[in-house]
Design a protein around this ligand. Sequence first.
Ligand SMILES: C[S@@+](CC[C@H](N)C(=O)[O-])C[C@H]1O[C@@H](n2cnc3c(N)ncnc32)[C@H](O)[C@@H]1O
Length: 599
Amino acid sequence: MGGPVQVSDVNVSHVCPELNRVYCADCVAFMSRLPKEFIDLIIADPPYNIGYTYDIYQDNRPDEEYLSWTEAWLNAAASLLKPTGALWVAIGDEYAAEVKWLATRKLGLHLRSWVVWYYTFGVLCGNKFSRSHTHLLYFVKDPKMCKFYADRIRVPSARRLVYNDRRTNPVGRTAENTWIFRPHVENESSLDLDGRLGFQENVWFLRPQDVPQGFRPLHDTWYFPRVAGTFKERAHLVPCQLPERLLGRIIVACSDPEDLVFDPFVGSGSTLVVAKKLGRRWFGCEISPNYANFAEQRIRLCKPGDPLEGPEDPLTSSPPTPMYFPGVCLSQEEREELEEKIVACFREAHQGYSLDRLLADPVLQAQFIDACSRHRLPGGPRDWNLTLLKLRKNKRLTVRTTSKGRISWDDLDDSILYAAEIALRKLLDQGYPSLDYVLADPIAALRFDEYARRIATGYESFYYRWAALMLRKKAKRLRRRCSMRNIDHREFRMLPLEADIKKNLPSAPGIFYLWQRLGKNDSPFSVYVGQARNLATTIAKLMETKERIAALCRRPGDLDIRYCSGLKSVEIGALQYYYASKDKPELNYLGVKDTEESG
Ligand SMILES: C[S@@+](CC[C@H](N)C(=O)[O-])C[C@H]1O[C@@H](n2cnc3c(N)ncnc32)[C@H](O)[C@@H]1O
């Protein structure tokens, strides 16, 4: 590659141009000289005519002129698409309706989806709703022939972060023009005690991370942060660079490897970088020689198979919003009074059970929340639960509890235990400080259940949550008791062929170890070490959700299972702890610090 090609230097007239290049050209003229119907996917991110500063393009054209230019390039782009092809257009509010109208009514394209890209790190407006979305219009030539691979973009969901930044305005920020409401929780008043709707902004206007069922890849509202100045992928060239992960979702869903992807407005080259990384053929054009040159250099630096920049699931890259606790503005006296009321509600709801049980059991939890709501206590479920935990830690929760109906470690299936451990680790990695915090926050608890259920299906939420509490207790004990020096290193065996697992694996206690290998020649790294009271049945069950566990790993790749048998039951906990602490597998909770082991 030797820098962008000036379009005047080559004859591209109705012959396929040299691919895997950036052309420095006006896109309308360039496209009109290309053959018809030879491109699989066009991703167009034109200037939005809102006064952005580009190096040579003027982004404030008269309305009519911008619209007739839009029609010209849309028309040229449509004629390049194969019958199976797709055109995605990123556009702002100002012209989204016109683009849709032009493409469908005038050019005969078919609108398959109108995706809203919701982003954070947008520009704040003081006197109106701040800009927080861009439209991604997905057109196809023929709805019956187009390519669309929904399965490829089904990634594990979850979500995100505690920005405890004290520099932010305590009264909150201007609401954004994409609104997110927390799912309705019964018995919760939508007004705070002063009658202000949404005053507690983290309760009523949530971040995407806080919506357990929202922003999935197959929904038509996508969440990705904008490529802010501090991001590693930021090219610092054009003012509005599309995130690689967003482009990746489009390219993976709408094209196959080796398909041809074209970008008429290359800018810093993000689309073509992603197309190249994903093994597509690519080319594009850009009017600015400076940008075209930059894009060529940037594309040259990556190769097919390189990972995309940015977190795979943007919802899991940062933890959820911490609760705004109204108690902060209470006097000491008022706070104590509130604490007493919360304890009274606990007495009303707990039916003799412990606080752990109340946190883990959705029925008791609902009764407690119901009691607090009826008494119109300020705050929300997370505040009330955290208050109880704080009181217990300070030995001020003096409520008599019994151990009736106690569920012990031995009552829990191995699969619930590993599912709970992996789910808990995922939430801790997302920034939740502790298991207490996860169980105290109904949304985090739902998220925990969702992970656990994906790994070991078919159990009630209570059992996963209880297993996590038991595991924490066990970890604490093992930490105190286990001296690494007393543990012998064991040999692990490879698993027999899948069909023979039940037949050939011992129905005896043991340890199993999940490893991941990226390429044939790469050395494997540890993913999870677990214990089994019965290796044969536990591993057979694990095999059922092996792919789902693999999908929770940081990198894509198959899992390889090894096992070690011939152990006494009493040894297995210590051995699991030993390997978890020594190898630090990415999905184990054992060996990770939980800051609030108050149980
Ligand atoms: C919104 S930016 C594209 C940003 C790009 N998606 C990225 O992630 O870096 C629009 C680009 O279109 C270019 N452009 C404007 N008019 C053009 C035209 N007639 N032909 C080709 N490129 C043009 C601008 O120079 C600018 O780089």
